[in-house]
Design a protein around this ligand. Structure first.
Ligand SMILES: CC(C)(COP(=O)(O)OP(=O)(O)OC[C@H]1O[C@@H](n2cnc3c(N)ncnc32)[C@H](O)[C@@H]1OP(=O)(O)O)[C@@H](O)C(=O)NCCC(=O)NCCS
Length: 192
């Protein structure tokens, strides 16, 4: 079983359309790098009509992938099992309070979470929803199931539990949702 996660910084002027294009192209570069590290060479990374990643069938089996970006950073994952990643910046102007995306039962499990921790939980939810391919339309149905640990959170979605590994990369929080052994989650960097 394979799970490769890579991250990359995005340099230069990130304003406007040019910044979006630069970030997008760095994301694709990160994906190609992840495919190489997964020892598979190039893979055709296609999306559904709704923009969700489509699994890639190869003679060696099926490959899943996920991509996330935020200002100045991209994260990509390629895996032999369903995977979802998300990345958020700790320097964003505002971090929503946990009550904006968690119900009372979840808030009891979370306890007093500082902004970094709160952002990590939001990031974890996005990663699980991306692993499912549904996006934030099902945010309310994706719930914290156990008291979160510093580098791990378990969420419930569509009637089953999903493990999420949380990592810090400089001033960014990265969440990786995968059913594979979370101890295997390492994050590689794409060369500049
Ligand atoms: C998927 C989603 C959570 C991404 O959030 P985001 O913070 O805007 O962007 P991220 O950087 O985290 O991720 C972007 C990547 O997610 C991937 N993605 C898009 N839709 C996806 C989906 N349904 N499932 C999994 N991944 C998806 C794409 O690879 C995209 O990369 P691209 O922008 O280069 O095409 C969000 O766009 C979403 O919910 N989309 C589905 C539409 C939807 O449900 N809308 C209802 C709103 S209530």
């Amino acid at each position: 079983m394979t799970l490769v996660v890579v991250q990359a910084g995005v340099d230069g002027d990130l304003r406007g359309r040019q910044g979006v294009a630069r970030t997008r192209s760095r994301g694709r570069e990160a994906l190609r790098h992840a495919a190489e590290l997964a020892s598979h060479g190039p893979l055709p990374f296609r999306v559904s009509g709704a923009g969700a990643p489509l699994a890639v069938e190869t003679p060696d089996g099926r490959w899943y992938w996920s991509l996330a970006n935020t200002r100045g950073r991209v994260v990509a994952a390629v895996s032999s099992a369903p995977v979802g990643v998300d990345v958020e910046s700790l320097d964003r102007p505002r971090i929503a309070p946990a009550r904006a995306f968690c119900d009372e039962a979840e808030l009891r499990l979370i306890g007093n979470a500082d902004p970094a921790r709160t952002l990590a939980l939001w990031t974890a939810k996005e990663a699980v929803l991306k692993k499912a391919g549904c996006g934030i339309a099902e945010l309310r149905e994706c719930r914290v199931a156990r008291r979160p640990r510093p580098a791990r959170v378990v969420l419930e979605h569509r009637g089953r539990l999903h493990r999420v590994t949380l990592l810090r990369v400089e001033r960014h929080v990265v969440a990786v949702a995968s059913d594979l052994d979370p101890r295997a989650v390492e994050i590689a960097e794409v060369p500049r």
